[in-house]
Every structure is written in C-alpha cells, then in structure tokens.
Design a protein around this ligand. Structure first.
Ligand SMILES: [Zn+2]
Length: 109
C-alpha cells in the first residue's frame, strides 16, 4: 500500500483535524516526505525523560518536543481565505502552483 505524497510544505499553516490536538493550528516545521509525516509547531507534544549525562553536559529531566503527525491528520489553512482546505494544483505559465480548493487562491507565493 502506498499513499500519495502530501502536498504540504514547510512553513504552511495547518490545522489538526483528528486526534488529541484536533483544532490546533500551527506552522509546518518539517516534512518527512518518505513517511508522509509532518512536524507541526506546538502540536503533538511528546515528553521525553532524559537521563543526565555529565560527559555530554546533559541535565536529566523532561524534554518536550513535537512528534510527527501523519499528513492525513492535518489540513492546510489557506493564506488567502483562511479556511481549511484541500490542495489543488494549477499550471501557471511554466510552473505548477498549489491552489486552495475553496477560493482558488494561489497558496504558493
Ligand atoms: Zn482559500
């Protein structure tokens, strides 16, 4: 089974549509294309307990960081109309751009 690669890119604004962080908005920090997963700022925070390691100057404690989400769990927030939308594509001259399916606005600037 293979899923199509998400059209989301780094720095897109997205909203989470399923799971414990449903409704949260954030910016895409990283796209893990081969796994179709994303890291979204402030979303899916995972707490990791770290052991102190004085040789590497690491203090023990709890580190919080964003965990990856599957791309199907988020939707793009259109920069033009501000709505959650699926992404369409359009050929604009010699380049292919992403467009909002709701307002047809161009997502890529
Ligand atoms: Zn739009």
């Amino acid at each position: 089974m293979s899923l199509s690669i998400s059209s989301l890119r780094k720095n897109d604004s997205v909203v989470v549509i399923t799971g414990k962080d449903r409704g949260k908005r954030g910016r895409v920090l990283k796209v893990i294309a081969d796994k179709n997963r994303l890291i979204v700022e402030g979303v899916n925070i995972i707490k990791r307990h770290t052991k102190p390691n004085p040789q590497r100057n690491i203090k023990g404690g709890i580190v919080e960081r964003e965990g990856a989400l599957h791309a199907s769990n988020v939707q793009l927030v259109c920069p033009e109309c501000g709505k959650m939308t699926r992404i369409g594509h359009r050929v604009d001259g010699d380049r292919k751009v992403r467009i909002c399916r709701k307002c047809e606005g161009v997502v890529d600037k």
